[in-house]
Design a protein around this ligand. Structure first.
Ligand SMILES: [Zn+2]
Length: 283
């Protein structure tokens, strides 16, 4: 199959201007593990991640309920074992759940057999929680292995949402749909703070500053017409009070300005059908 990029213009359902996906990487303390290393993680670091399983998640869930918008959660398998109640809450909301590694290991070069084990373990946990196997994946800390696309395809996945090469969805050479993200649309880029790393990382932007970045990008992409806007969020970062309020206002803005807000699964299925139909026409 040839790789098709949508430079020739995908049209969204019902004349919508842009496809928006609200995605939450529900990593709890595994996020801090990944960034500062398992050996360095202390109680306070752990508790920062745990904020995302308590107040942080609570606010995200109530916001999604209030707005009645679909969302996709990418969750490492181990989180299902550590926080069964929290993941049940996400599943009860009817949100899509995607694969995000087992223990959020982002080492480049994990042997394929080990990654296969991670997938098998995590898929069982996801299925037991929400009754469905995942159809989408995102690499932990945005790391994909050389073999990932093939492995996901073999295991029946429909899409990946990790790469950053463009603003439109496309088919990888093996037919897997790619829903690209952008670090500028990731709350980690603005709200992560650490003095435990080699150099202090201090990303403490005002929520309204971030809204300006996001809204500008959204407006421009919506004007181009054939683009996706994938917000990548972490309940432990976006779930703080003033940030969730900003996110809610921003989602309302997108709802009112012609966005198709859908799960990654729904967008990927639409993209695949659109391009495969187009490929058929060309034959
Ligand atoms: Zn993650």
């Amino acid at each position: 199959m040839i790789s098709i990029k949508n430079g020739d213009g995908i049209r969204w359902p019902e004349g919508k201007r842009i496809a928006v996906m609200l995605t939450f990487d529900f990593d709890a303390e595994l996020l801090r593990h990944s960034v500062i290393g398992k050996k360095n993680i202390g109680f306070a670091d752990r508790s920062r991640g745990q904020y995302g399983t308590a107040d942080g998640l609570e606010r995200c869930v109530s916001m999604l309920e209030r707005l009645r918008v679909p969302a996709t959660f990418f969750i490492p398998g181990q989180i299902f074992e550590m926080y069964p109640e929290a993941v049940r809450k996400i599943a009860a909301l009817g949100c899509e759940i995607g694969y995000h590694g087992y223990d959020h290991d982002h080492t480049v070069g994990i042997p394929e057999a080990q990654e296969m084990e991670n997938l098998e373990k995590s898929e069982k946990l996801i299925q037991a929680c929400c009754g469905k196997k995942p159809v989408g994946a995102r690499g932990p800390l945005d790391v994909l292995q050389e073999y990932s696309a093939e492995l996901l395809k073999k295991r029946g996945y429909l899409y990946d949402s990790t790469l950053k090469d463009c603003d439109w969805p496309y088919l990888l050479p093996n037919g897997l749909v790619e829903l690209p993200t952008d670090v500028a649309c990731d709350d980690f880029s603005y709200f992560y703070f650490s003095y435990a790393d080699e150099a202090t990382i201090n990303c403490s932007y005002l929520p309204d500053e971030v809204r300006i970045f996001w809204q500008d990008a959204y407006d421009e992409l919506a004007a181009e017409g054939d683009k996706v806007f994938v917000l990548k969020l972490h309940p432990q970062l976006i779930g703080r009070v003033s940030r969730i309020r900003m996110l809610e206002q921003f989602i309302l803005y997108m709802q009112q300005s012609g966005a198709w807000i859908a799960s990654c699964h729904d967008v990927a299925a639409y993209v695949k059908a659109f391009y495969e139909g187009k490929e058929g026409e060309a034959k």
